[in-house]
Ligand binder design. Structure first.
Ligand code: MEV
Length: 298
């Protein structure tokens, strides 16, 4: 029996545009999913969502993919996650990667970290229809990462406050919705994707310099561009404006949008104020940190 954990993530820049090959910056955060795997005669998956393969499509697909070459009979898989589900914080990716890592050790499948990240990406693509490698790569490696290169950037010396709207959204549906908009208005949406990619590339230089106030300004611009792609919502905007009003350096949605979470970049002196502002308008504030620790044995 073995347990592995993997972190969730936030996007500083680039969600949605990264699906079409644009640059993005994502950061692993200090909320983790833990998965325990034990050899068994059949596949049994259990989490707070209940039991069964249908409730756990990412885990079932991960077991199928890693199990094929090793002719797996079964495994008992138990999931325990601190990452709220369906809120854009990468909970599916973290569970997928922790499952692959635990299966890898329990069944001596011999995969390295890069292969696990690659397999995790193919799990997300199969389950969601379309995906970028961001969530699974960042969850595997940890830290602040420029995608699609996978280049590790300097850690941020700044605080992160996440605000959860409590409105569950489906990444699969939001990605399909953006694709439909892109297909309908290619000449209008193409420059928006490109501008988002430019924000991430400019953001890379600012992260290396540690210029957090400029990073915050670009996050606000990224939010405007995401709104124009139709993935904002009133609940997210309420939390974003509350965070900005309480002194956040920048605030935007994170992940697929349509609900889920926003993220605010905050200097130390404003953490309490931003968190209470988010709570005062009905959000759940999560004060978290960026973690350098990707997937690890517990
Ligand atoms: C989801 O966390 C981020 C999206 O860009 C989809 C993806 O990159 O797979 C919306």
């Amino acid at each position: 029996m073995v347990t592995y954990s993997a972190p969730g993530k936030i996007f500083l820049f680039g969600e949605h545009a990264v699906v079409y090959g644009e640059s993005a910056i994502a950061c692993a955060i200090d909320l983790r999913a833990r998965v325990t795997v034990q050899k068994h005669s059949e596949v049994l998956i259990t989490s707070e969502l209940g039991k069964g393969k249908d409730r756990h499509p990412y885990v079932s697909k991960a077991i199928e993919k890693i199990g094929e070459p090793i002719r797996l009979d079964g495994a008992r898989v138990t999931i325990d996650s601190e990452i709220p589900i369906g809120t854009g914080l990468g909970s599916s990716a973290a569970i997928t990667i922790a499952t692959l890592a635990a299966m890898n050790e329990e069944f001596s499948a011999g995969l390295g970290k890069d292969e696990m990240a690659e397999m995790g990406y193919s799990v997300e693509k199969d389950v969601q229809g379309a995906a970028s490698p961001t969530d699974t790569y960042v969850s595997t490696m940890g830290g602040v990462v420029l995608m699609p290169d996978g280049r590790r950037l300097r850690n941020l010396d700044c605080e992160i406050v996440v605000g959860n709207t409590g409105k569950i959204s489906s990444t699969k549906e939001l990605v399909q919705q953006v694709r439909a908009l892109k297909d309908k208005h290619p000449e209008t949406t193409q420059p928006i994707f490109r501008s988002i990619g430019n924000l991430a590339r400019k953001g890379e230089v600012l992260v290396e310099k540690g210029d957090y106030s400029a990073i915050g300004e670009l996050m606000d611009i990224n939010q405007g561009l995401l709104e124009s792609l139709g993935v904002g919502c009133a609940e997210l905007s309420t939390l974003i404006y509350a965070a900005r009003g309480a002194g956040a350096l920048g605030a935007k949605l994170t992940g697929a949008g349509g609900g889920g979470c926003m993220v605010a970049l905050v200097d130390k002196t404003h953490v309490k104020g931003v968190a209470s502002a988010i709570e005062s308008v009905g959000g759940v504030a999560i004060k978290t940190k960026i973690t350098e620790i990707g997937v690890r044995r517990e």
